[in-house]
Ligand binder design. Structure first.
Ligand code: ADP
Ligand code: ASP
Ligand code: MG
Length: 400
């Protein structure tokens, strides 16, 4: 079998951990498999590098950020290959560029445009273990790019697709995908399987076990994606097509996204083209806008509210400052988005009202609501975020 294994930050957190990963990789190879390993930076490393940059500038150039951030994964990939070689295996490490991962020019959240896998294929054919630095690629200009936070997952899935791997295993510090973040609700249950669509929603709505774009690509390429714990041998969670899942629960999971901020524009001129101007300006800066709410106009003006990722708020502020679209602009980082996800919602009513009742019972005010076919999202005050997750987890009987 050709296996792609991705090890996250906590799995390569220090030299001892890297040694353990090397043993696990060596065992996989000794069992007769071809192995490609994708690694993250040591846990905390990417955040540390961001803080270093912030010491000098609150809005550093994204191009330089990418060169800086990509360094963390280079360290762990080289160290893992060195450790494997010392164990008597032939291992070769590659940066994203060396691995042939080409991206667009959207620095700090680039999309993979194509993979030239010639070199990786050759190394595998020669019987070598291939180790690739995750989270990074190269633009057509030859600049280093990174794939967004958690982007090593995307590297792994994309490489698995390019090499037509039999399976892509994502190793992390929990046993798999749970009904909610087990750090927030210890009663959360591990799921044996989950559909690509539900996983995509959970990941997009804050469940950082998998990066959302990696799930999107896995679905598109129909990749056998499994999340597992690098610290034990438990079987993990398979992410697969909906039709492969026999028992479809009403609700599969609850997600919480703390990286959210709200922008409120008061006294926006109520005329055609104003929304286009605001959101085109934000789109140009690659700010991800979500949950847009516009009130019914009054006296020729209206109010407009929307959410953006908290770490994009500074960029959003600068962009909005340039066009001055409203009399008053308010920013609020003290919010979280809590979401309920399940394919069962498609065919059942009353799922949303149960969420509203649960919030009412806890005395939590809902500030914004959005729904889609398989999800309900609520924006609430940050201080009630984890309480809301636990209450909803119980209300939908996910602990049973
Ligand atoms: P890695 O560094 O290995 O990429 P991450 O920290 O990115 O790991 O993702 C793993 C973490 O995701 C877990 O430690 C857990 O706290 C969190 N998490 C959030 N939601 C879920 C969920 N539904 N199931 C499992 N883990 C979750
Ligand atoms: N090191 C990067 C991050 O912390 C990428 C990853 O771990 O997947 O976001
Ligand atoms: Mg991750």
């Amino acid at each position: 079998m050709l296996i792609v294994q991705k090890y996250g930050g906590t799995s390569v957190a220090n030299l001892e951990c890297i040694e353990k990963v090397a043993k696990r990789v060596a065992k996989t190879k000794e069992d007769g498999n071809s192995v490609v390993v994708v690694v993250s930076a040591m846990s905390g490393e990417t955040n540390k590098l961001i803080e270093y940059a912030k010491h000098f500038s609150s809005s550093p150039k994204q191009r330089e950020m990418d060169l800086l951030l990509s360094s963390g994964e280079r360290v762990t990939s080289a160290l893992l290959a060195i450790a494997l070689t010392q164990m008597g295996h032939n291992a070769v490490a590659f940066s994203g560029r060396q691995a042939g991962i080409y991206t667009d020019e959207v620095h700090t959240k680039a999309h993979i445009a194509r993979i030239d896998a010639t070199r990786l294929e050759k190394e595998l054919k020669d019987g070598n273990i291939v180790v690739v630095a995750g989270f990074q690629g190269i633009t057509n200009f030859g600049d280093v790019s990174t794939l967004g936070r958690g982007g090593s997952d995307l590297s792994a899935v994309a490489i698995a697709g390019a090499l037509k791997a039999d399976i892509c295993e994502i190793y992390t510090d929990v046993d798999g995908v749970y009904t909610t973040d087990p750090r927030v609700e210890p009663k959360a249950r591990k799921l044996e399987m989950i559909s690509y669509d539900e996983m995509l929603e959970l990941a997009s709505l804050g469940a950082k076990i998998l990066q959302n774009r990696s799930v999107e690509l896995a679905k598109k390429l129909n990749i056998n994606l499994v999340t597992r714990n690098s610290f034990n041998e438990n079987p993990g969670t398979l992410i697969t097509k909906e039709e492969n899942i026999m028992e479809k629960p009403l609700v599969s999971g609850i997600a919480i996204d703390k990286n959210q901020a709200r922008v409120t524009l008061r006294g926006v001129t109520d005329k055609p083209g104003i929304a286009a101007e605001i959101f085109t300006t934000l789109a140009k800066e690659n700010v991800n806008v979500d949950m847009i709410i516009q009130n019914v106009g009054h006296d020729g003006t209206t109010n407009l509210g929307f959410t953006v990722p908290e770490n994009e708020l500074d960029i959003a502020k600068i962009a909005i400052g340039k066009i001055e679209p409203a009399n008053v602009v308010e920013y609020d980082s003290d919010i979280v988005k809590v979401s309920i996800v399940g394919v069962g919602m498609k065919s059942h009513s009353g799922v949303a009202s149960r969420a509203f009742q649960t919030m009412a019972k806890e005395g939590i005010n809902i500030e914004m609501i959005s729904t889609s076919e398989i999800k309900i999202s609520l924006v609430i005050n940050a201080k009630y975020g984890e309480l809301a997750v636990r209450a909803l987890h119980k209300a939908y009987e996910l602990d049973r």
